[in-house]
Design a protein around this ligand. Structure first.
Ligand code: MV4
Length: 451
């Protein structure tokens, strides 16, 4: 097992990783920016090092600084959390070159899945159903025109280096292609330094369902069922749950088996997530693979009883997966609501000084957070304040507990999306579990149309 782990992150996920380290009896090291001196992850870690000023390019993204701290503190492993450097193959390589185990998949796999066209080709080769689309990238605008005609409108134009919806555009017909192509390639170039684009048939009002996979370094791989993530605004997830409401058992099993087969075939190791779109007929289509622990991992932990972060550490240290597929079962239902510091009118981040805070209590409530009653929320970081998670014996119980938990939450001093979360919890379509990705844009009162 590792001697000491560097946590290359901040916020609630740094707290989450530090907690897992403590539970495993492994000392952990925090890094922090000038803005995070009072942050809980700093207090929780066994040691903490200041790495720079508040902006992430000068602190949490400075690889040399992170490796210097790891060396100085005597770490032998690095947990990258999510976001920041977690899907950066170059960082994973630098860690390995410095003699540090990167807690995640190999740099080769991170890189391979980072290219969405490569991931599509690879998944297709291993029998995973894809959204019908281009083979590889479109060469140029004329090539895109031909591909779109072949697929038949409406189509989606996506950035090969993208993911998470950045640079993605839906096209109703050929008239929209040229302008969208110019916009999308410019955005992709600016965001990713790579303007390769591909096309897919548009799946109308899909559900967004993802499969959690886990693989060790000894050829074992399992799936830990799915998470339903259709409640999003501008590709920012708002509420997630597990299992997915109304997903037939046979479809769940097929999605899981397909995901495990592909994970094994690509040499996947550690925790990963395969994102799928699911249409009204329960046909599922691979979208992309995320090579990190995800924000919404708690709902999977709550229905399986598995600690995914502890398992990440154990598997990275070379241990055999502590469970096989036959040991895994769905117990009850879990829902996560993300509390954001945001203006309820504009949905823009709304940082500021928190002056008061009350969390719900109860044995079936889990709060993953990094804020306290005195935290100054700065504009430098993600505006997510907390994940309010609940578990119930069945979905109706979980929904009722979510509503109660949200109603018992108070945050003063800054604006939040708490009322919007309550509106979701109380909405008949949410309560029926019959929603799709169209829910927030079209059904939730006061929510402007998608950007
Ligand atoms: C799609 C799609 C429909 N058709 N692709 C969004 C994030 C990224 N991972 C892929 N996403 C989507 N890709 C095709 N071919 C629908 C989504 C999508 C979505 C789109 C608009 C508004 C909200 C959405 C939520 C989830 C998925």
């Amino acid at each position: 097992m590792f001697k000491k782990i560097l946590i290359a992150n901040r916020g609630e996920i740094a707290v989450r990783v530090a907690t897992a380290c403590k539970q495993l009896g492994i000392p952990c090291v925090a890094v922090y920016s000038e803005a995070d001196a009072q942050a809980p992850h700093v207090a929780l870690a066994d040691e903490a090092y200041l790495i720079g000023p508040a902006p992430v390019p000068q602190s949490y993204l400075v690889v040399d600084k992170l490796l210097e701290v790891a060396q100085q503190a005597g770490c032998d492993a690095v947990h990258p959390g999510y976001g920041l450097l977690s899907e950066n193959a170059g960082f994973a390589r630098r860690c390995e070159a410095a003699g540090l185990t990167f807690i995640g998949p190999t740099p080769e796999v991170i890189e391979a899945m980072g290219s969405k066209t490569h991931a599509r080709d690879s998944m297709k080769a291993h029998g995973v159903p894809l959204v019908p689309g281009s083979e590889g990238a479109a060469k140029d605008l004329d090539d895109a025109r031909v591909i779109a005609e072949q697929l038949g409108y409406p189509v989606m134009l996506k950035a090969s280096a993208g993911g998470g919806g950045i640079g993605m555009q839906a096209l109703a017909g050929p008239d929209e292609l040229e302008k969208a192509w110019k916009m999308a390639t410019a955005r992709a170039k600016a965001y990713f330094g790579n303007d390769a684009m591909y096309l897919e048939k548009l799946i109308v009002d899909p559900r967004h369902v993802e499969i959690q996979v886990f693989a060790d370094h000894h050829g074992n791989a399992v799936y830990l069922f799915e998470r339903e993530c259709s409640l999003q605004r501008r590709h920012q997830k708002v509420v997630e749950e597990a299992p997915a409401p109304h997903l037939p058992e046979a479809v769940r099993q097929r999605m899981g088996e397909v995901a495990v087969t592909a994970a094994k075939a690509i040499g996947y190791t550690n925790a990963g997530t395969m994102e799928f779109l699911v249409d009204a007929q329960n046909q599922f289509y691979f979208l992309e693979m995320n090579t990190r622990i995800q924000v919404e991992h708690p709902v999977t932990e709550l229905i399986t009883g598995i600690d995914l972060v502890q398992e990440q550490i154990k598997v990275a240290a070379g241990q055999t997966l502590s469970f096989g597929q036959a040991d895994l079962a769905i117990k009850g239902h879990a829902i996560e609501a993300r509390l954001y510091a945001e203006d309820p009118k504009t949905f823009m981040p709304s940082p500021g000084q928190i002056t008061g805070l009350t969390w719900p209590t109860g044995e079936h409530v889990r709060i993953d957070t990094w804020v306290t009653a005195t935290t100054l929320v700065t504009p430098h970081y993600d505006p997510m304040l907390a994940k309010i998670c609940v578990w119930g014996e069945d979905r109706a119980t979980a929904v009722a507990r979510l509503e109660a938990a949200l109603a018992a939450t108070t945050v003063t001093g800054i604006k939040t999306n708490l009322e919007a979360l309550l509106a979701i919890a109380r909405h008949p379509e949410f309560q029926a579990g019959s929603y799709t990705t169209a829910f927030i844009p079209t059904r939730l009162a006061g929510q402007p149309a998608h950007a």
